[in-house]
Ligand binder design. Structure first.
Ligand code: AMP
Ligand code: ZN
Length: 497
């Protein structure tokens, strides 16, 4: 196991050595999408970050149970405590069952995560599938005096919780008095004893579509409760990692801590991880701000902000080039640069699989190069261990790529780095890219057979010095996003960089 991995913990506000509660098992919970619309690129940045962490933890030897939920009830329009359910609202507008909306956007979410080469979580539970657990949790909180019923709704009692040293606000750094000032004048809080109390169960207004029976009323669960119920059910009362976007720190995750401590009596999460936002012209990408675009629009280039189409792997590479705790601003320039960078790596991936070791007694070991390659392996791990510093990890991959290309171009004999280092170069370069960063080759639309046939024609025309035909074949490769590499020792194709 490549230790020590350090992760930035939002709760302690520092990087900490990652030590799972029960190694080699790791429990990781990530708040999933609210399935009332297509996921936008901002949402995907967050999910991609946790896909990366899931992959890296697995790569270094942990056995990860990765739970990512589907929020299909309770998340209200405006993220507040009153009003319409996000899913219910769309269902009404479209005159469909709420579950038809849920299914449509869950399917889309899966299609998109597949496109970006994200792994499926180990468990993908939904909020509506865990109403019994949520109702049981509320009963427990009422029994412990940490929640109260009011007019058929149930609220979490922040004052009682804090009397028991709950420290509500400790994750997000919010101060109770400031919070009180912010919320004092808001409407709809007459049912609450304290304006900061948050809903665990809400009585459904007559027009509210999504409703279930409970001991208190026919209603629906509050948004924060589902994650507490599902994380406890699948990962236990205490688990290793809980993640989400930064905007979930407050109130969602703050409330989760309060609920879980209230119900289970222990601090639920060892490491809280939060990703920073994808922005457009410095503003958070968000559906409500109207500055978001969808993966499908990126792939086709059909959005006014996009100067061209970008492939899923280009976008993934673009995201990986920045650290997950920094904001990342969308720009065509950055994406075009990412396209070049990704294609260079993809070409490395393609050629390294074809390279073979050739013993050569007359070739001396080039110690400097051999050591530089070995250092780059370690540099990759060091960067990933430093709170997933992908930007630095990628730099070490480019250093390895330099050697891959030298071997491919016949400028460096495999024997000059020795068989062991050569084998490691092959396995590590592929595994860092494909298993950890999940950057894979994006095959051209035409099949491999057509491409090699065209390449054979190119060779023939070249021998016959038919330059016009050669140009036509070059044009064909270009139309496929490919290029011909006409080298002294061989003729090959590559992704056009
Ligand atoms: P939602 O479906 O709105 O609950 O969001 C799903 C996830 O995407 C949450 O973890 C959010 O924090 C995250 N998210 C929303 N907007 C952005 C953004 N612009 N950049 C990064 N993550 C985001
Ligand atoms: Zn959640």
């Amino acid at each position: 196991m490549q230790q020590p991995l350090k992760l930035y913990n939002t709760l302690s506000r520092q990087k900490e050595l990652f030590e799972p509660i029960n190694p080699p098992y790791v429990g990781m919970y990530v708040c999933g999408p609210t399935v009332y619309s297509y996921v936008h690129l901002g949402n995907l940045r967050t999910f991609m970050t946790f896909d990366l962490l899931f992959r890296y933890l697995t790569h270094i030897g942990y056995k990860v149970r990765y739970v990512r939920n589907i929020t299909d009830v309770g998340h209200l329009v405006g993220d507040g405590e009153d009003g319409e359910d996000k899913i219910g609202k769309i269902a009404k507008l479209e005159k469909l069952e709420p579950m038809e909306i849920v299914q449509r956007y869950t399917n889309d979410f899966h299609r998109v995560t597949d496109k970006f080469n994200m792994l499926s979580p180990s468990v993908e539970p939904s909020a509506t599938g865990h109403l019994i657990e949520q109702i049981e949790g509320i009963k427990e909180l009422i029994d412990k005096g940490l929640a109260y019923e009011s007019n058929g709704s149930v609220y979490f009692d922040i004052s009682k919780y804090n009397e028991q040293d709950g420290q509500y606000g400790k994750l997000s750094g919010r101060v109770l008095d400031d919070l009180l000032n912010e919320t004092r004048d808001l409407d709809g809080q007459t049912e609450k004893r304290n304006p900061l109390d948050f809903a665990l169960w809400k009585r459904a207004a007559p027009e509210h579509l999504m409703r279930w029976p409970s001991p208190w009323s026919v209603g629906f669960p509050g948004w924060h409760l589902e994650c507490t119920s599902m994380s406890t059910k699948y990962l236990g009362r205490q688990f290793d990692i809980h993640g989400g976007g930064m905007d979930l720190k407050f109130p969602h995750h703050e409330c989760e801590i309060a609920q879980a401590r209230g119900i289970n009596g222990v601090e639920p999460v060892r490491y809280w991880l939060h990703t920073n936002m994808l922005t457009v012209n410095g503003q958070k990408m968000s559906k409500s701000l109207g500055n978001s675009f969808l993966p499908a629009e990126l792939f086709s280039g059909s959005h006014e902000l996009l100067e061209q189409a970008y492939s899923p792997m280009t976008v993934r590479f673009f995201m990986l080039q920045s650290h997950y705790r920094s904001t990342l601003d969308f720009s065509n320039e950055a994406l075009k640069a990412a396209q070049k960078g990704y294609k260079r790596l993809a070409n490395g991936l393609r050629v390294i699989k074809m390279l073979e070791y050739k013993p050569a007694e007359d070739v001396a070991i080039d110690t400097k190069k051999k050591q530089d390659i070995e250092k780059s392996f370690q540099a990759f791990y060091d960067a990933m261990n430093d709170d997933l510093n992908t930007a630095v990890a990628i730099a070490s991959l480019f250093n390895l790529l330099k050697y891959v290309n030298m071997i491919y171009m016949n400028q460096l004999a495999p024997a000059a780095i020795g068989e062991e280092t050569f084998d490691q170069l092959k396995t590590k370069f592929v595994s860092f890219l494909e298993d950890v960063l999940a950057l894979k080759e994006e095959p051209a639309s035409d099949s491999q057979a057509v491409i090699s046939g065209m390449l054979n024609l190119y060779r023939e025309y070249k021998e016959q010095k038919q330059y016009e035909k050669i140009d036509q074949i070059r044009q064909y490769f270009k139309s496929q996003g490919l290029a011909i590499r006409d080298m002294k020792h061989q003729i090959d194709w590559a992704y056009e960089e």
